[in-house]
Design a protein around this ligand. Structure first.
Ligand SMILES: Nc1ncnc2c1ncn2[C@@H]1O[C@H](COP(=O)(O)OP(=O)(O)O)[C@@H](O)[C@H]1O
Ligand SMILES: [Mg+2]
Length: 311
């Protein structure tokens, strides 16, 4: 396995420069642990479609108190630019680990991961976590503009972008509020606005709505979809909910119980734009839902057995 040095091309490799749609070397954010393998092979045909996220036999072993835990095994997938992709799997199957590896917050221990960075004027990715990850000492406005400020975006442009996304998530009246003055759902809205304002190529979302009540979850799903429809970013969204995967995604990937690997790749053909409740009445929803559950059911049973054996 080769290890990518972020700031210089690999020896013998050529950094692609000839067409804007060609990817650049994948970029890492946290430099200490993160590792992305290699750069994309440069396609001979400049119009060739290059996956934005490409994993080959990706694996992850943790050593925990002297024993090995295989969290991921043999994960192979390609996700293309602009796709809204959900990963569904039972609790503990390695969903967060996979996302954290892609985000550069964790290293993989086997296999290959390549990320294509098509436009280097933008960040490669932003992450939205399940737990509220807003800065408690900053106002809504300051939280949302954080990434832009870090990148040195001029104040006028920052203001415009921040106003746009604060408006999109319905928090204009709370622009100067602090997180402790907001509900859980509102804080997740701030996280989403911050992630979109940052304008990354890839949005990585780890069960961002899992802690919300049913109605707030539906509203946030619809807001997320509306914002995504205008930007069409590549989204990798982790969920344990079949319903959520069908409301949001173009593609639902099902993971096995631990060690997590991908067992099904289901195209979600439901018409867009989608409403969180209306989609359930749409043609095809029932069949897709049953199909996903058929894949997931035995994994959930499998993960229960593992836990019961351990217990
Ligand atoms: N830092 C860690 N050290 C040891 N084991 C870990 C660590 N992080 C996750 N794991 C283990 O890896 C497995 C997958 O965890 P995780 O990716 O969080 O699952 P999921 O998000 O699907 O619920 C679990 O068995 C978990 O205990
Ligand atoms: Mg998780």
């Amino acid at each position: 396995m080769s290890v990518l040095q972020v700031d210089r091309p690999l020896p013998g490799r050529v950094t692609p420069t000839f067409a804007p749609q060609q990817p650049h070397i994948a970029e890492r954010s946290p430099p200490n642990t993160a590792r992305i393998d290699a750069i994309k092979p440069i396609p001979r045909d400049p119009s060739a479609v290059v996956p934005q996220i490409s994993a080959r036999q990706l694996g992850k072993e943790f050593i925990s108190r002297g024993s090995r835990v295989t969290a991921l095994s043999d994960v192979t997938l390609d996700i293309y630019q602009g796709q809204f992709c959900c990963i569904v799997g039972p609790s503990g199957c390695g969903k967060s680990t996979l996302l954290r590896i892609i985000a550069g917050l964790e290293t993989h221990t086997s296999g290959e991961l390549e990320l294509a960075h098509f436009d280097r004027s933008k960040p490669l990715h932003s992450m939205v976590f399940q737990e509220q990850s807003v800065f408690p000492w900053m106002t809504v406005e300051k939280n949302v503009e954080y990434g832009l400020r870090m990148r040195g975006v001029p104040r006028a442009e920052r203001n415009e972008v921040v106003s746009h996304y604060i408006d999109k998530v319905g928090l204009t009246a709370f622009r100067q509020a602090y997180p402790h003055q907001l509900s859980g759902g509102m804080k997740q809205r701030v996280s989403i606005a911050r992630a979109f304002a940052n304008d990354p190529e890839i949005l990585l979302m780890d069960e961002p709505f899992a802690a919300l009540d049913e109605q707030n979850k539906a509203i946030l799903q619809e807001e997320l979809l509306r914002i995504w429809e205008e930007s069409r970013k590549t989204v990798l969204f982790i969920t344990h909910s079949i319903d959520e995967a069908l409301v949001l995604s173009d593609r639902a990937l099902v993971m096995t119980s631990r060690p997590g690997t991908l067992k099904a790749d289901i195209e979600v053909t439901l018409a867009r734009p989608r409403g969180a409740y209306e989609v359930r009445a749409s043609e095809g929803y029932g069949a897709l839902s049953a199909r996903l559950w058929a894949e997931l059911r035995e994994e959930v049973l499998g993960s229960r057995q593992t836990k019961e054996t351990i217990a």
